[in-house]
Design a binder for this molecule. Structure first.
Ligand code: GLA
Length: 736
């Protein structure tokens, strides 16, 4: 099993898949980090335990033990001589800010993974998948215990971590910082890769070297954000897509987060990941506990590609839940770009009728069906159907759409409230606000205070009432602005630092109640496109709208970047009408969008017969490969960030390596272009594979000599190559 403990050396050695993670309890009781990287033998690693190299101006702890400022530690405190970024910061009742944790006990939970109360988290399907190590640390003076949890997966290079603070004292404590994980690397020759962006330009890849001081990837927007995603990679200087060591750091959380990499005077790097401590403080009364979100640490010696594949597998198998976990997702058509707010039931049924000709599965009625919502100025919070606008009941509308052969889906934006709404007029205090301070508007709306139980109940009841009215099989959950005036009337002054996190506990509670009450519904989260694409939301909703930008060329970069951290089938990807973004053939746009949870964003009543036929063919092509795209290993082959973005290629390989799909895309034609080749990966080297054209090549030839993309070029062209392994008998025949 993956977790080992040596009583003599007091070394914990976690072997997660092909990775090792080791730490040691020092004589003084500190939990010191020893090693993280490629799997190694269970040797005595005590020699790696650094004890205070001559750090300038760093005092020793009161017991005279070596300075903490240069020791590699697992969960460093603050205020007692380690001047680097801390994993925990606590203010005592007397106002003192100091915390120093020492190990008091540990337990190995074989085949178990405790739940994180109220929070999204990875889970085990069976006891052989992972073990969990629980290490209890204590600051006796504060009466504070912190339990560190490490779940090591047996078959994947993945360790998840979280921490639980418990107040065993007699006075309240203010937890001003509690990170989910901290890793001290004895080196600084590392690059960081992170995903930055903006609305319509989400998750672009950025790489930069670490330097003395801190690199911080964080959000203080009240959401995981368009701007920086709660994911980062630290990697060797020479690491590439396919080779070199890479360490992934990720958080299962949708609110304010921070990933910080700090290089100190001794050229060591400390990485912390957790809730952003800015404007965070949790008041912990005696007898109470606080649980952090879960962090995910991953390791690959096959570059970023190996890291992504492990994250994709573990996210698909151990995070995504519910009926839709293994089901192939429907091809949908969404009303937003086709109609915006301007629709009634007849128009939607006409969409369904025309869309049925193209063989899509589901029609989504987007924003505009509730309250008096005819533009974005009103009605958020008034979750009752505007039958006058529709011209019929929701039940009847869904029945009419079903009669055309399509399933029916609906849009909500539950966390928002329009000042011009019945709900706001009745409960102005439900909007997040600070008394006497003006209320900032974003898209002319306020954020509803999800921390209030009465708000959670109102949303559950009003949404359930709508969902029960009709045959609804899909729900798009939107979130179209960031949080401001984060304050809660029902909490005292010294608990206002809790509101940002309480908002998410309230949201997660509501999501849990709804997904349990409506297990057949496929939920997709959204935030002005991809402004909240994170593992927290994916725990409740198995797919996320990746970006409002459906331009296929822009999408190459967005989807490439998103795939660094998230499985392909979690990415909503649609073909939009050419007037939204660059012109381009439906086939090309569809080829990009089929690398995801596929659908359309256009008015089907405006399609020509030729376009309908083209869409039918795209849908058939998607279904042909949907299983492979949904469950296969993903290889990024040619980056849209290289070659001036001239061409991009990626590949799926089925888990048994019997099939592979390679997708290549150009942007603009290059004159006098070089011989374009792709070098597929992940195949069975000795097996023979048959190409679409009938040619047969061995896996090693395909991977090392590559495939030539002859006659491939022109503006916006794509090429799909599908290769199937020849069965052994046929292989024998072929060699005779
Ligand atoms: C956001 C979403 C869009 C659409 C609109 C509706 O912008 O990203 O897809 O649902 O809201 O208002």
């Amino acid at each position: 099993m993956p977790i080992h403990y040596d009583n003599n050396t007091q070394i914990f050695h976690l072997q997660a898949g092909q990775s090792s993670y080791a730490m040691q309890v020092s004589n003084e009781g500190y939990l010191c980090h020893l090693y993280y990287g490629k799997r190694i033998s269970q040797d005595d690693l005590s020699y790696l335990n650094e004890t205070g190299r001559g750090a300038s101006f760093a005092p020793n702890p009161a017991d005279g033990s070596p300075t903490l400022d240069t020791r590699l530690q697992e969960f460093p405190g603050a205020g007692v001589g380690d001047f680097r970024v801390p994993a925990v910061g606590v203010r005592a009742a007397n106002g003192a800010y100091a915390v120093e944790l020492k190990v008091v006990s540990h337990a190995i939970l074989t085949g178990e993974k405790p739940a994180l109360p109220g929070l999204p988290a990875f889970y085990l399907n069976d006891a052989n998948e992972a073990d969990t190590l629980e290490i209890t640390m204590e600051d006796a003076l504060l009466g504070l215990r912190v339990k560190l949890y490490y779940t090591a997966f047996a078959g994947e290079n993945v360790i998840t971590r979280w921490a639980v603070a418990e107040n065993h004292g007699t006075a309240p404590l203010s937890i001003e910082n509690l990170q989910s994980a901290c890793v001290d690397f004895p080196r600084m020759d590392l690059d960081m890769v992170s995903l930055h962006g903006a609305w319509n330009r989400e998750r672009h890849v950025e790489r930069h070297p670490l330097f003395h001081g801190s690199t911080v990837i964080a959000s203080r927007r009240g959401s995981s954000s368009h701007q920086l995603n709660p994911f980062a990679v630290l990697c060797d200087k020479h690491a590439t897509e396919h080779s070199g060591s890479a360490y992934g750091v990720q958080l299962v959380y949708s609110g304010n987060f921070k990933i910080e990499a700090e290089v100190n005077q001794m050229h060591c790097t400390r990485v912390t990941v957790g809730i952003n401590p800015e404007n965070f403080a949790w008041r912990l009364q005696p007898g109470e506990s606080f649980t952090t979100p879960e962090a995910v640490l991953s390791y690959s010696d096959e570059g970023f590609g190996g890291l992504s594949r492990a994250l994709h597998r573990v996210t698909r198998n151990n995070l995504v839940r519910g009926e839709w976990k293994h089901k192939l997702r429907p091809i949908k058509i969404n009303s937003w770009e086709a109609a915006y707010f301007n629709f009634d039931a007849d128009k939607l049924v006409a969409f369904a009728r025309e869309a049925a000709k193209t063989d899509v599965d589901l029609l989504v009625m987007d924003d505009g069906w509730f309250g008096l919502r005819n533009d974005d100025t009103t009605s958020l919070g008034d979750w009752f159907v505007n039958e006058e606008k529709l011209g019929c009941s929701l039940k009847e509308l869904a029945e009419r759409v079903n009669a055309e052969g399509l399933d029916f889906g609906i849009w909500f934006e539950p966390e928002m409230i329009s000042p011009d709404s019945e709900l706001y007029r009745k409960h102005p205090d439900w909007a997040l606000h600070i008394p006497e301070r003006g209320r900032s508007l974003g898209r002319r709306q306020c954020v509803i205070n999800m921390a209030l139980p009465e708000v959670q109940d109102y949303l559950f009841d009003s949404m359930s009432a709508v969902l029960k009215q009709a045959n609804i099989t899909y729900l798009k959950w939107d979130f179209n602005r960031n949080l401001t005036e984060v304050f809660c009337n029902s909490l005292p002054a010294n608990q206002q630092g809790e509101v940002g996190h309480r908002f998410y506990l309230g949201l997660y509670d509501l999501c849990e109640r709804l997904v349990q009450a409506f297990p057949h519904i496929l939920f997709e989260s959204c935030s002005g496109g991809g402004g909240r694409f994170d593992l927290g939301m994916l725990y409740y909703m198995p797919q996320t709208w990746t970006s409002d930008n459906t331009d296929p060329v822009d999408r190459l970069k967005i989807q490439w970047g998103t795939s660094m951290a998230y499985p392909i089938m979690t990415m909503g990807a649609h073909v939009a009408a050419p007037y939204h973004g660059r012109a381009g053939k439906i086939g090309y746009r569809a080829a990009v969008a089929t690398t995801g949870a596929f659908g359309y964003e256009l008015d089907p009543t405006k399609l020509t017969d030729e376009q309908i036929a083209e869409m039918r063919e795209c849908n058939a092509e998607f279904r042909r490969h949907q299983q492979l795209v949904s469950t296969g290993d993903f290889y990024r082959l040619v980056s849209p960030y290289d070659n001036d973005g001239h061409y991009t290629a990626w590949q799926f390989v089925s888990p048994d390596k019997s099939e592979t799909l390679i997708q290549c895309f150009t942007v603009f034609n290059l004159h006098n272009v070089w011989d374009l080749r792709v070098y597929p990966q992940g195949l069975d080297a000795d097996a023979q594979y048959e190409l679409d054209c009938g040619a047969v090549l061995h896996g090693d030839t395909i991977m090392h000599a590559g495939l030539r993309l002859q006659h491939f070029g022109g503006d916006f062209s794509h090429r799909l190559l599908f290769l199937k392994k020849k069965p052994p008998a046929a292989e024998a025949d072929a060699s005779q």
